[in-house]
Each structure stands twice: as C-alpha cells, then as structure tokens.
Design a protein around this ligand. Structure first.
Ligand code: UDP
Length: 390
C-alpha cells in the first residue's frame, strides 16, 4: 500500500504528531507532502518517514477566513494541486490530514482518480470555523472522500450535524506507544530541581498558546490557590498567536504571580515534564476534538483535570480516571487543585487507574491496525501499485 499523505503544517501540532505515528507504520513506502516547511519536516526525517515540502510558502488562509481571503490564495493553491495530481499517480490513495490538505487532496483525487481519505482532527462548528470553511469541509468531504476518519465521536457528530454524510465516518482515536510515557521518574525529579520547583505543587499545562486553549483560565485559577501551587506552561504560539502569549504574561504580572508561573516554550521532552507535574490541567474554552495531552498525562501516571466538552468527554471518566470542570470555570478548576492537594492518596489511585485504562484504550498498534484496515478496504491488495525500486 502506497499512500500520499498531505498536511498543511510545517509545525508539529496534535494532528501532525498523530500523522507521524500513522505514516511510520508504512516504512519507506508512503510520502508525506507538506504545504509548509518547518520543524515537522525535521521530525519526520528523524523518524525516516519520506517527506517533501510541496509549497514555497504557507497558504495564507485560516479557519476563520472568509470567501475573499480564500479566493486570494488561488494563485498558491493551483500549482500545489497540479503537483499533487502528478505525485498521486505514483500512489494508491491520498490521505488528507488537515483542512487545506482536504481542499488540495479532493481536487487532486478527482483529477487523478485516486481514492481520498480525510482524517478529521477538528470539530466542524462555529466555535472553530467560519461558515464558508464549514461548508467547504463538508462539501468536499461529501463529494470526494471515500472515508472520513474522525478522531472522536464528538468530531464525528459535529461533522454530521454540519451536513456531513454519516455513512462516510469512522471514529478512530489517536494511538500512543505507552512505553514512551513511562519510567521517567529519575529524569523528572532532576528536571524538577533544574527548574527550581522544589516541593511545590506543580500544575502543568501542555498546549500551543492560543486563546481557545485557555491558558488564561489556569492563571486565573492559580490566583485562587495557596502560594505553594505553581503552574508550568509548555508550548508556544505555533500559529501566529503571539498577541495571546503577551496577554498571558500581562495577566501573570497583573495578578502578581511572576514567581509562580513558568513559560517553557515548545519542548520535545513531554513525558519527563508531565511526570514531574502533580496535576495536568486541560482548559480549552471551546470543545476539544480529542485532546492528546490528556491521554499522554494519563500514560505518565499524572492526574488530569480537563474542560468538559467535545472529545474530552470520551477520554475522562470523572472520579475514576480524572476530573472534569466546566470550560472557562477558573473557580471549579481551583477547587480541583485544592482537592488534589488535600487528598494525595485518592489522587494517586485515580492517576494509577487512568494509566492502566489509557494504555489499553489508546494502544498505538490498535489504532494503526484500524487505519490500515480502512486503507486496505479502499484499495484491495490486487489493485495496489508495486513498491518503487529505490
Ligand atoms: N506538544 C509538544 N510540545 C509542546 C507542547 C505540546 O510536543 O511544547 C504536543 C503534546 O504532547 C500533544 C500535542 O502537542 O501530543 C498537542 O495535541 P493536542 O491534541 O493536545 O492539541 P492540538 O495541538 O491538536 O490542538
């Protein structure tokens, strides 16, 4: 099976990290075509996944763009489509991993007669997309995709509610290699000391800095907690949201929390950092499509509190595998932090249970087998192209 994967981003967000795991199972046979250069290309090369940057500069349209902004990108999109059409003739199927990849992949699939799979990592709702973008996603997927892989039931439901064809949709959760998240105690302790965190209660937040990821909610909650509670923000403003990063720093200064808040920027030692935390907080203010960081924290054995909306509801069973709080509710979050502080035994038991459940439910080999089954059904063995001579 030779798959041409398409992704619009040169930066490693959740959708890209998920793609890395999926594409890796096909060895050197697939190609990942990126619409922008960046650290994601380096990560793929490091994992020996064939990758090619197909565009000289990133396409200048985002989830909130209107029709005019969309049309202005046509001069960038047309040459990209023509490249993808040429390339796709050497592959059995096109696998679009992001919204712009869907636009390019759908037209290319029509022209090259290759089947199209769309991996939906988003909740197609007004919280996340402009009306024109929602119609574009649903229209193209309905018309061109042979399968829409939704990363949660919540993403699937939103797609169907927006007019997506239900019979196209298969829910496949992100998969994780549990071994990568375990046994980091010694490194975590060393890191805790290196960061000067001592024996304070450390609340970790792992996400790109973006208003809807709600870092401001945790800062607000921190101001209601005792002074020995500190917050660690891991992640950067990946998609041009530097103004929000500045706003967070101003909020910290205004609340006098300078010595209790650490911004670490983008890191690639997530398991060690999560392991050193006493609690991982997820605070998205809009429904989260999946929430990889929640599963990752569980796999590290670190307790999790998450905002109760979207795919998160499928990941956390309150009181059993973590805590849920209403989105944007800083008081409720502060209360959970106080509970974690006051009840270490119960907290440990919940985290331990979550670790076992997550390792079973989100096993990477299971996810990869589900994806491969979908792809094999789409392109039966006898129709697949032979491997290229290297
Ligand atoms: N992540 C990372 N380094 C950082 C911050 C985040 O590698 O500094 C990873 C994190 O471990 C997770 C992904 O980025 O695997 C974010 O995925 P999630 O589903 O939580 O959010 P998304 O970016 O898809 O909205």
């Amino acid at each position: 099976m030779r798959i041409l994967f398409l992704d619009q981003s040169g930066k490693p967000g959740g959708a890209e990290l998920c793609l890395l795991d999926i594409a890796s199972q096909y060895g050197d046979r697939p190609l990942i075509g990126l619409f922008a250069d960046g650290p994601f290309r380096a990560l793929l090369e490091q994992h020996r996944v064939p990758v090619r940057v197909l565009a000289e500069r990133a396409i200048n349209v985002n989830k909130g763009s209107n029709l005019l902004q969309g049309l202005s990108s046509i001069t960038q999109v047309v040459p990209l489509i023509s490249q993808v059409v040429q390339l796709s003739r050497q592959y059995d199927a096109i696998y679009a991993n992001t919204q712009k990849a869907l636009v390019v992949g759908a037209i290319a699939s029509g022209l090259s007669q290759r089947p199209l799979v769309y991996h939906l990592h988003d909740i197609v709702s007004p919280d996340h997309f402009s009306s024109i973008n929602r119609r574009l996603i649903v229209g193209l997927a309905n018309q061109f995709a042979s399968c829409v892989i939704a990363n949660s039931q919540a993403s699937a439901t939103a797609f169907i509610a927006a007019g997506g064809r239900a019979e196209l949709v298969e829910v496949v959760y992100n998969g994780f290699n549990a071994a990568l998240y375990q046994h980091h105690r010694a490194a975590a302790t060393a890191l805790r000391h290196a960061l000067g965190l001592g024996d304070r209660l450390v609340i970790g937040h792992f996400s790109r800095l973006s208003p809807w990821k709600g870092q401001h909610v945790l800062i607000d909650a921190l101001s209601h907690c005792s002074p020995n509670v500190v917050a660690l923000f891991v992640g950067d403003a990946l998609f041009g949201e530097e103004a929000y990063a500045d706003q967070l720093r101003q909020q910290v200064a205004a609340l006098g929390l300078g010595d209790r808040v650490h911004f670490l920027g983008f890191r690639d030692d997530i398991p060690q950092l999560m392991t050193l935390c006493d609690l991982v907080a997820h605070t998205s203010t809009a429904p989260e499509p999946f929430g990889r960081v929640i599963v990752e924290a569980m796999l590290c054995g670190t307790p999790v509190v998450a905002a109760a909306a979207g795919g998160v509801m499928e990941l956390v069973e309150p009181g059993q595998t973590g805590w849920l709080t209403p989105p944007s509710d800083a008081d409720a979050l502060a209360q959970v932090i106080q509970t974690v502080q006051a009840q270490p035994e119960q907290t440990r038991a919940i985290a331990h249970h979550a670790q076992m459940v997550a390792a079973q439910r989100f096993e990477l080999s299971h996810t990869n087998a589900q994806i491969d089954r979908i792809m094999q059904q789409l392109v039966p063995q006898q129709q697949q192209q032979p491997a290229l001579q290297q």
